[in-house]
Design a protein around this ligand. Structure first.
Ligand SMILES: [Zn+2]
Length: 410
């Protein structure tokens, strides 16, 4: 088995950890398999833990990186219109908050195809860091200088030598995917100028808990952040969280601004969100005692709805094959007998089977000629966008099943 179990919290390094959710054993969510190779699939425990010291919610079973990523798999952020719109607005927000001069440097860690940096090329110097080479190539074609590889303290030193320190460093939806947070924060400290700001955006634990978004749990997604443990983390490096914002992406995210301690005032947003978290109970274990039971109740409801339709002879399919969709399909124990196929636009996924549930992935073109009775919306975070986009399909009689935050048929 190529995974290991961590015995200490990723943020505070203490060992007082309690399991709050067990989803069973799952294959890595991005490993779509070829037909005939179902037997070779590996499964690993998918359990969520709460740290009784710093309140970080996290996975402790770490699947080795070579099991998680396939060289041929590439996710291009710019292929999703809602995501591009999000980053366009994100760029506007950053420009309003921070005056950037043309010789200032902005570095994006996990820059993908340049989806954020493309909005800054006329404003300041930009540099991307992206481990998947074919994705980085797309950014370079847009004229965005991009380094291959994972961000480390060593890479930070090299960047400073060549380009100087950065006024802004961003890391979006990558900070929750990193096992060795200390290495990243050490690197950020080296790279960041004294008046600079480090901005991370991650899925927000408060939204996850309040809207039952347990399907966002998968092996790549190691931390489920709230503000409290992040304050704890930066404090260890003599840095501080200076401001926080809630944003709507991925079912509810937080944007956290951190900087070196320079004795400047902290925005009231930090105390406000900490207090909201405290009131919601997510700093204490007792808030999570029903999490398992609630997740299982939602699962049982969804399974009975889908299998009920199947008993009536209805055709059920699924829409979108995002990472979280596979957690949901596998937790429900769905197979090709329940769901005839999943439609997705990603070329790598089309023609393969979903991991674990082994449901064929096909191009959305099929929906031009075929009308399933019911379509399970796995990409539920784009609910409004997709329902609007598929008006014609719905007029033909297809009904969508929305799984999260509660099972709904529309
Ligand atoms: Zn901790």
């Amino acid at each position: 088995m190529s995974y290991f179990h961590r015995n200490e919290c990723r943020v505070c390094k203490k060992g007082d950890l309690t399991r709050i959710l067990s989803l069973g054993e799952h294959p890595p969510v991005d490993n779509f398999i070829e037909a005939g190779k179902e037997q070779e699939e590996m499964r690993y425990p998918l359990d969520v833990y709460f740290c009784n010291t710093c309140s970080l919610v996290q996975l402790l079973d770490i699947v080795e990186e070579n099991e998680l990523f396939h060289g041929e798999y590439a996710y291009f952020s710019s292929s999703s219109k809602p995501l591009v719109d999000h980053f366009s607005k994100y760029a506007d927000d950053l420009k309003k908050r921070h005056t950037l001069k043309s010789d200032d440097l902005l570095v994006d860690i996990g820059s993908n195809d340049g989806v954020l940096l493309q909005f800054f090329t006329d404003t300041c110097r930009v540099l991307g860091i992206e481990p998947s080479a074919n994705v980085a190539d797309i950014a370079r074609e847009k004229g965005i200088e991009t380094l291959d590889g994972f961000f480390t303290e060593k890479m930070a030193k090299d960047i400073v030598e060549k380009h100087g320190q950065a006024k802004i460093i961003t890391a979006n939806n990558v900070f929750a995917h990193i096992d060795d947070l200390d290495e990243i924060v050490r690197g950020v400290k080296v790279l960041l100028s004294d008046d600079g700001v480090f901005v991370t955006e991650s899925h927000y634990l408060l939204d996850l808990i309040e809207h039952m978004e347990f399907d966002t749990v998968y092996h790549e997604h190691l931390c489920y952040y709230s503000v409290k443990p992040l304050c704890y983390l930066f404090e260890r490096f003599d840095m501080e969280v200076s401001a926080v914002e809630r944003v709507a992406t991925h079912g509810g995210s937080i944007r956290v601004f951190a900087r070196k301690k320079m004795g400047k005032p902290i925005e009231s947003s930090v105390a406000e969100l900490l207090s909201l978290e405290e009131q919601a109970g997510i700093h204490s274990l007792s808030r999570f005692v029903d999490f398992q039971k609630d997740a299982e109740a939602l699962r049982d409801k969804l399974v009975s709805v889908v299998r009920g339709f199947r008993k009536e002879g209805k055709k059920v399919t699924a829409y979108g094959a995002p990472a979280k969709g596979n957690t949901l399909l596998n937790f429900c124990g769905f197979t090709g007998d329940d769901i005839a196929y999943v439609t997705d636009t990603t070329p790598y996924k089309i023609g393969r089977l979903t991991p674990g549930s082994h449901i064929p992935v096909v191009s959305p073109d099929i929906l031009k000629t075929e009308t399933p009775d019911h379509i399970l919306l796995l990409a539920w975070n784009y609910r409004d966008f997709i329902l609007d986009k598929e008006t014609e399909l719905r007029k033909r009689g297809a009904q969508f099943i929305i799984p999260i935050p509660k099972v709904e048929i529309v």
